[in-house]
Design a protein around this ligand. Sequence first.
Ligand code: SAM
Length: 276
Amino acid sequence: MAFESGLYVVATPIGNLADMSQRAIDILKAADIVAVEDSRVTGKLLHHLGLKKKMRRYNDHSSEGDRLSLIAAARDGVVALVSDAGTPLISDPGYKLVRSARDAGVAVRTAPGPSAAVAALSICGLPTDRFLFAGFLPSKAKARADALAELAKIKATLVFYESGPRLAATLSAISEAYGTRDVAIARELTKKFEEVVAGTADELADRYAAQEPRGEIVLIVGPPVEDEVAEAGDMDAALREALQTMPAAKAAGVIAKRFGLERSAVYTRATELKSE
Ligand code: SAM
């Protein structure tokens, strides 16, 4: 099958090799170069497909020279970009390459397919009309709490990638930041032990603290209920007022008590408001 020259962003399976699309296979067959995150991982996929291809390692820390060389190859030939699993660029390398290729006037085409975020959303039973994909949360507690506070008022379902060892701590942080919103854990999608477990962050934190989950995980948090959004707005107003007359630490203590919130989260918000 003939393909026009260009950079092809090719999605690959997230666990079940049968999810590789025929078009994705045809593009890999036609590719002059396959840009890969890890040649061992993609090597296995290519082997499974019976293909032997020239692979070039690529990630967003690759040099400008590496990028230019791939872009030059995509001018006259077919360059396929894949990541270890799922859709490249979605918490995976490729953004800088796509951006540079577009800037250079090289055609960028998609071979869409699996992505864990969308797969999880489609079966978790939480609202899908508005969602925000937030990738991996920071692993350090303070940075994670700050990131959660920043997302608190967004009226949309939130989608995170997470690892088994960190899941319980992340769920505790979500419980502190968001209270009793609906949460779903989608694990091992498309694989033998695929499951979705739903509950509140608190319940799920206990469950996964008792037994660390294996495998790959998408964590989904339902949108705030209307009261919560209003309360967050009220809290900001009260905090602003308190900051006029007292230092951030004291204001955080007073407002946290009044709204029944975690002091550390209110303190984070107080420092943000002070620096606005
Ligand atoms: N680009 C990929 C995509 O489109 O889904 C995501 C790459 S990111 C580096 C890897 C993370 O995606 C994993 O740590 C996990 O959170 C999630 N993930 C990947 N495969 C999964 C699966 N089969 N089930 C659940 N989550 C998965």
